[in-house]
Design a protein around this ligand. Structure first.
Ligand code: FAD
Ligand code: MLT
Ligand code: ZN
Length: 477
């Protein structure tokens, strides 16, 4: 391959200022958010529209250069980081950030893949609509990345994950063709569901260039509470009670353990509030309010429900947000757990899911096994409990020697993964596989499922040029 010729063709297609070759310019695109992986790229390419992506893909086909699509680079599995070979290019979608069409009658928005999630949320809010996807990385992650990872976040309980919010996609295939699927249809049984094939494919099957996303009416108010809970039976009782009594209004049920809160307040003392020090678990509950004339309001409804729940002994103490800024303050605690853990030098993250009926068994048994095998290990367990999704994370003991986690990683991972299997869970609830979990995918999903995935990948990307060695291992293709 003649690298110079390849780069010259890219220059001609996009303009040389959009082909980053300088090491300094490439830095922000080469390391993942957690700092676990650093790659080397031949170039970082910044297309402005779908036609330019088609041109890039065709040039890459001709020179057999692999492409790593990238949005906001907030992946927690190293899925948007190129390999160290220096033979791949990163295609960053960040210049493709136009809002193409807002259809308020159909309650949809058509956006380019590089649109920042928060920008979409804010844009629709101006029109009294609501886009429910919500996660702590929303100020930098993109709709394309959200779809490519099938992101979840904090509103899945009520509105579903990125897949559930998407009605149509525009995709550039590995052959450089454009799949035109930007249709805002809520029903469409015309053959295989191609949209759902690309959602969650982590850039391995095509580049998502635009999407039609569902909107909802904007809530007129939010109410939230922090609730102290002593144990799992109480927590499950509370969840079921709220689901029954608040049904559609219940949008979040987020669990934080005492350890995860302590770590967060240690690093971000500005978010401290007395209630969160009271019990082994604190639950952040959020209710949306839609009808102006409705009585009681969401906040008085939540208050009433919590009083009732307290009588049933589903909770210890509770504090209700008095206004929107207090609602935000509650969320700040929850959303800073990841940032707090990132400040710890040595940590492992497990983004896992279980049937709700198995959650407490997994936690009780696995906590005990880990504490016994690794005295002093810190278990930072929090997550989207209403969805059965735990962020079961570990930090090295306070007094551990440097390198503790690296030394014990394989034993810890195999213990936790065995427990996930035993409790019928998933090794990836919402962050995907990327490069972090690719070695475990086959065993976890089984030979037949893996084989079907191999066949799909071979059929759609026969030269393995789209994000190779992510999700599926290179030598399996
Ligand atoms: P990137 O990181 O750039 O890419 C992710 C993957 O998508 C890569 O495989 C990449 O190749 C592919 N990709 C990106 N754009 C495209 C495209 N246009 N076409 C095809 N493939 C593409 N995730 C959750 O699910 N829930 C959470 O609550 C959550 N919270 C987070 C909090 C923090 C602080 C951080 C740092 C991350 C969090 N994440 C969460 C993980 C991450 O933010 C999401 O997975 C997000 O959806 C990734 O979007 P991105 O634009 O940054 O994608
Ligand atoms: C979250 O729910 O905050 C995210 O998924 C991030 C994480 O797991 O750390
Ligand atoms: Zn999460």
């Amino acid at each position: 391959m003649h690298v110079d010729d390849f780069l010259k063709e890219l220059d001609a297609a996009l303009g040389s200022q959009y082909i980053l070759r300088d090491d300094q310019d490439k830095v922000p695109y080469l390391t993942d958010w957690r700092g676990l992986y650093t790659g080397i790229a031949l170039a970082v390419v910044l297309p402005k529209d779908t036609a330019q992506i088609v041109a890039i893909v065709k040039i890459c086909q001709q020179y057999q250069v692999a492409i790593v699509p990238q949005g906001g680079n907030t992946s927690l599995t190293g899925s948007a980081t190129p390999e160290a070979s220096g033979s791949q290019i990163v295609v960053s979608l960040k210049r493709m950030n136009a809002i193409r069409h807002l259809d308020l009658q159909n309650q949809t928005i058509t956006v380019e893949a590089g649109c920042i999630l928060q920008v979409v949320q804010e844009e629709v809010k101006k029109h009294d609509a609501f886009f429910p996807l919500s996660l702590a990385a929303q100020g930098s992650c993109t709709i394309g990345g959200n779809l490519a990872t099938n992101a979840g976040g904090t509103n899945v309980l009520r509105f579903g994950n990125a897949r559930d919010l998407c009605l149509g996609l525009e995709v550039v295939t590995p052959q450089g063709e454009i799949l035109h699927g930007l249709r805002g249809l809520r029903k469409d049984n015309t053959g295989y569901d191609l949209r759902n094939l690309y959602i969650g494919s982590e850039g391995t099957l095509g580049i998502i260039t635009a999407a039609v996303m569902k909107l909802y009416p904007a809530p007129i108010n939010h109410s939230a509470a922090l609730v102290a809970v002593a144990d799992f039976p109480m927590m499950m009782g509370l969840l079921h009670f709220l689901q029954k009594r608040a049904s559609a209004e219940l949008t979040a049920f987020e669990m934080m353990t005492q350890e995860s809160i302590d770590l967060t307040i240690q690093h971000f003392p500005q978010f401290d509030t007395p209630i969160i020090h009271q019990a082994p678990f604190t639950i952040l509950i959020e209710l949306f309010e839609y009808q102006e004339e409705k009585l009681p309001t969401a906040s008085s409804m939540l208050e009433g429900l919590l009083e009732e729940a307290m009588q049933h002994a589903f909770l210890g103490d509770a504090v209700l947000a008095n206004n929107l800024s207090q609602v935000k303050a509650f969320w700040q605690i929850r959303e800073h757990i990841t940032m707090a853990q990132a400040k710890e030098p040595e940590n492992l993250k497990f983004d896992i899911a279980f049937p709700l009926s198995n959650l407490s068994g997994f936690i009780a048994e696995t906590d005990q096994m880990l504490r016994q095998a690794f005295p002093g290990i810190r278990i930072i367990n929090f997550g989207h409990l209403g969805d059965g999704n735990l962020h079961y994370n570990l930090c090295a003991p306070k007094d551990a020697d440097p390198g503790y986690m690296a030394d014990h990683e394989s034993k810890i991972v195999s213990m936790v993964y065995q427990q996930i299997t035993q409790f019928a869970g998933s090794i990836s609830a919402e962050h995907g596989i990327g490069q972090l979990k690719r070695e475990h995918l086959k065993q976890h999903r089984g030979d037949v499922a893996y084989h079907v995935m191999q066949n799909i990948k071979r059929a759609l990307d026969p030269d393995n040029l789209f994000n190779p060695n992510k999700v599926l291992i290179r030598h399996d293709l």
